[in-house]
Structure formats: structure tokens, C-alpha cells
Write a protein that binds this ligand. Structure first.
Ligand code: SF4
Length: 156
């Protein structure tokens, strides 16, 4: 069994947004923020690097919307994500200088040092929960998924 990549948790359940903000008021408000961000993104319709940066810089750095980063949108793929991510810009990271691109939550940090068996068991545990992307993100962000899993997982 192979060790899983560091950021696989960020890709689960339609994309995790747990670290794209803080002090989230509710799942409803997070959804509202993402809808408004996505509408603004479509209106701006950035095509060039300069236009993406102009979208990014349309408000102050820490001007969050209901605790949510104003760059977090529903991507055309149907996943939650950041339109400034290097995956979408041939490796160029347009988030640089805007957010902490090397941040890893506590769950992702612990996950990265688990044995492959435990990593795969955690992914199966996540799947068994049938969470939507916001529920998943909130439970990753507050460590509750990991804490619940650690209680039931038995190392062999
Ligand atoms: S909260 Fe953790 S799992 Fe979610 S995107 Fe951030 S680092 Fe990845």
C-alpha cells in the first residue's frame, strides 16, 4: 500500500475550503459567500495574469466575506477552489503574497506522517460519512473528523 500525497485531503468531497478563512458563522453563510464570490468572478471573467491579479486585489487582503476568502469560488469543474491556484496557471501560483500558500491544517499535518494503512482507512472513514463539501471542510478545520477517527482506528 502506497503513502498518499500530502494534499489529498484538500481534494476530497468536492474540495476542502477549511483553511480559506476563519471564524465561519454557519454553513449557510459560507455558501452565500461562495455564491457571491463566484458571481463576481464570472462578472470579472479574468483571462490574463493581470486580470486574475486584479480580481484577487479587488478588496483588501483581510476583507473576508462571512469569514470566507473572497477568492474562494465554485470552479467550472464543479469543485470548490481558488482560481489563483497554480494548477490553473501552468504552475504559476497567483496566491503568492496574498495568503499562506504553505499552510497545512492540523489534520493534514498529522495525516502526512501516518502509515499508508492508516491514511487509507481515514479516507474510507471520510467516504462513509457522506458529507457535502462544506460539512467536510468545517469538520476538517475543527479537527473533529480526525479526533473521531483516532478513537475508533486500531493500529495493526
Ligand atoms: S483545511 Fe486542511 S485539508 Fe482543508 S484545504 Fe486546508 S490544509 Fe487542506
Amino acid at each position: 500500500m502506497e503513502k498518499l500525497p500530502l494534499t489529498i485531503l484538500c481534494q476530497q468531497n468536492g474540495g476542502c475550503m477549511g483553511c480559506c478563512g476563519h471564524d465561519y458563522p454557519s454553513a449557510e453563510k459560507i455558501n452565500e459567500a461562495i455564491t457571491l464570490n463566484t458571481n463576481e468572478f464570472h462578472r470579472a471573467n479574468p483571462q490574463t495574469k493581470q486580470e486574475f491579479l486584479a480580481f484577487r486585489n479587488r478588496t483588501e487582503l483581510y476583507n473576508l466575506r462571512f469569514g470566507v476568502c473572497r477568492n474562494l469560488i465554485l470552479l467550472p469543474s464543479g469543485r470548490l477552489g481558488c482560481p489563483l491556484h497554480p494548477f490553473l496557471h501552468n504552475g504559476k501560483d497567483l496566491r503568492e503574497g496574498h495568503c499562506d500558500i504553505n499552510y497545512l491544517c492540523k489534520t493534514a499535518k498529522k495525516f502526512s506522517v501516518w502509515k499508508p494503512e492508516k491514511q487509507h482507512a481515514f479516507l474510507n472513514f471520510i467516504k462513509s460519512k457522506n458529507l457535502n463539501n462544506i460539512e467536510y471542510s468545517l469538520q476538517i478545520d475543527n479537527d473533529s473528523l480526525m479526533n473521531e477517527f483516532e478513537i475508533i482506528f486500531i493500529e495493526t
